[in-house]
Design a binder for this molecule. Sequence first.
Ligand code: PEP
Ligand code: MN
Length: 352
Amino acid sequence: MEFESILLPGVDAKRPLLISGPCSAETEEQVMDTARQLAAHGVKIFRAGVWKPRTKPGGFEGNGVIALPWLKRVKKELGMYIAVEVATAAHVREALAYDVDILWIGARTTANPFAVQEVADALEGMDIPVLIKNPVNPDLDLWIGAVERVYNAGIRRMGVIHRGFSSYDKKIYRNLPQWHIPIELRRQLPTLPIICDPSHIGGRRELIAPLCQQAMDLNFDGLIVESHCNPEKAWSDASQQITPDVLDLIMNTLVIRDTTQSTENLTSLRRQIDELDEGLLELLAKRMRVSREIGTYKKEHNMPILQAQRYDEILQHRVKQAEEIGMDAEFMKTVLVAIHEESVRHQQEIMK
Ligand code: PEP
Ligand code: MN
C-alpha cells in the first residue's frame, strides 16, 4: 500500500500535525467557544464527536446530525477544517453532506470488520482523508485489516490514530499504550502517518503532556488531543479534556527532536550496534547447533527433552550473572525463556 499526504492546504507540514476539539459536540455555544479559542492558538483542524459509541447505555451518545451545522459554522466562520468519527454508511453520507473534511473510524468500529467494510463501501469513489484508530484490543493485523479495507475502497489519503488498548485492570492508563504495536505498524507501513491520541490513552489530564512528548520522541507524525472550553463540565470524557490554553502551553513546551540528524558520532555508534547484533545472532545460531547435538544425544539415549532441574539451574544462575553486570533480572529472564523455548523446539524436531 502506498499512501498520499493527509496534509490539507494551509496546514503546516512540520511535526506535530495537530487535531483538537471536544470529545463531543454538546451545544452550538460549546462548539463555537472551544473552536474560537483553539483557532486563536493557531489550531487548524477541529475534532468533535457527533455520534458517540458509549460503553454503557445512558451515557451521552452524541447529538447526531443536529450537531453537523455547528461544525459547518466552525468551518465557515473560523476557517478551520473539521474532523468527525463515522461508524456507519449513514454517518459517512451525513458527514459528507455537511462538508466534513476528515473522517475517522473509532476504536470500537475498527474492532469489527463488518462495520469497517460498511464504512469502506460508503467511501468508494470519495477522495477524503480517513484516519483509522487502533482497535480496542491489541491486534495489529485487525488494525492493518481496517486500513486495507478503506484503501481497497480507493482512499489514499490515510493515517492511523494510536489511542491505546483496553485492559481489564486499569492502573496508570485508561488504555495501555503498548508502543511496540504502532512501532511495528510503522515498520510494516512506513508511509502511513501515525497520530497519537494521548487523551484516550491517559484518561487523565496530567498524562497528556508526557504522552505527547513520548509520541514525538517516537517520531509520530501528529497528535489528536481532546480540548473543551469547560473540561470539568464536559458531557463525556470530562477527566481527560483540557482547555485550549492548557493545550497551547503543552504544545509550546514539547521538545521536537530532529529526525534527520546523522552526525559522525551517531553513525559510528550505530555501526557498533550493527556489529554487536551480528555477533549476537551468530552466538544464538551456534547455541542452537549445540542444542541440536544435545537433542541427538538425548534421542540416542532415550532421554526426555525437558530436564526441569537443569533448566531451573540455568535460569537462576544466568539471571544472577546478568544482575552482577548491571542488567535487569526480568529482562534477562524474558530473553532466556525465549531462547530455551527455541532450543526445545529444535530438539523436538530432532526427536520426530
Ligand atoms: C473519541 O475520539 O472521542 C473516541 C470515542 O475515541 P475511541 O474511538 O478512541 O475510544
Ligand atoms: Mn472521547
